[in-house]
Write a protein that binds this ligand. Structure first.
Ligand code: 13P
Ligand code: SF4
Length: 299
């Protein structure tokens, strides 16, 4: 059996679409109908005509697709592909913060579980966090769960930000020392980093971008070499789309184990056996949808 061919056949039979995040394994990226960052994937999930979405990413991304398109079947090929950062804050934590700061609005990074989105005013992604916080009607903003993204946003807005102390274990491992060494080795390379990185790494970056922001920036840049400060999966796409340019990880390659759980066989099995469907209670869907749609209106 040819797995790629079976995937194509099943997709047509079931009117399914395969959405893939930029950190996924190369073979999974290659079967994507749409490959992108959290914002692009959310938009795609909200305006597809497909009946079924196979989401190759982590739980919060598939949940976001389900919240935006509740009538569709949304499948996560590996049930255990979670995001540890999303699990660092609970809805009770957010409710307690709201009680402590009643005048504040809540902005949640999409890297949160559905019940946290349900107690949120507006969601954001790494590509629109600054715009969302700047435009929300409040001088005080509770920002969960990523402390690094919160501090990055704080550089651009004149508002009080109350951060949660969450972080991404993958980006947290990128150190300023290793990035400086990489810059010494490739002095003509531009350093692109993700806003989940630590502030000392952000300070020395040429550009701070979402994963799709990196893809777009590289495509338009005249520079030849790039140091990439994010999960290593994106290097496959960057190299494939820009064969005339060179890409190096900014330090040792950093891997998100959760993003790498999904294999091509899992994608095939997901389509064949319709596994594993995302299920979210209706009342959570309706509140979380409001926060996600508010984000999609901002930018
Ligand atoms: P992007 O939305 O920039 O792709 O980031 C998602 C993510 O999980 C980063 O760790
Ligand atoms: Fe979560 Fe970090 Fe993995 Fe992104 S890279 S899915 S934030 S653990």
């Amino acid at each position: 059996m040819n797995v790629q061919e079976e995937i194509t056949r099943l997709k047509e039979e079931k009117n399914a679409i395969i959405l893939v995040h930029n950190y996924q394994r190369p073979k999974v990226q290659d079967v994507a109908d749409y490959l992108g960052d959290s914002l692009g994937l959310s938009r795609k999930a909200s305006n597809t005509n497909a009946d079924m979405i196979v989401f190759c990413g982590v739980t919060f991304m598939a949940e976001t697709a389900k919240i935006l398109s509740p009538d569709k079947t949304v499948l996560l090929p590996r049930k255990e592909a979670g995001c540890p950062m999303a699990d660092m804050v609970t809805s009770s934590d957010v409710i307690a913060l709201k009680e402590k700061y009643p005048d504040a609005k809540v902005v949640s990074y999409v890297n949160t579980n559905a019940d946290v989105k349900a107690v949120t005013d507006v969601c954001c992604t790494s590509s629109n966090a600054v715009e969302v916080v700047r435009n929300i009607e409040a001088d005080r903003v509770i920002f969960v769960p990523d402390r690094n993204l919160a501090s990055y946003v704080g550089r651009f807005v004149d508002k009080e930000i109350i951060p949660w102390d969450g972080y991404c274990y993958v980006h947290e491992r990128i150190t300023k020392d290793e990035v400086l060494k990489a810059k010494e080795k490739y002095p003509d390379a531009l350093l692109l980093v993700h806003p989940e990185c630590n502030p000392p790494v952000i300070d020395i970056a040429d550009e701070v971008l979402s994963t799709q922001g990196m893809v777009d920036f590289v495509g338009e840049s005249d520079n030849k070499r790039f140091l990439i400060g994010t999960e290593e999966g994106i290097l496959y796409r960057l190299k494939k789309e820009n064969p005339d340019k060179e890409f190096y990880p900014a330090g040792t390659p950093k891997i998100c184990q959760n993003m790498k759980r999904t294999t091509l066989d899992d994608v095939y099995l997901a389509l064949k056996d319709e596994q594993y469907p995302i299920e979210i209670p209706d009342e959570i869907i309706s509140s979380a949808k409001r926060a996600l749609e508010a984000m999609l209106q901002y930018v």
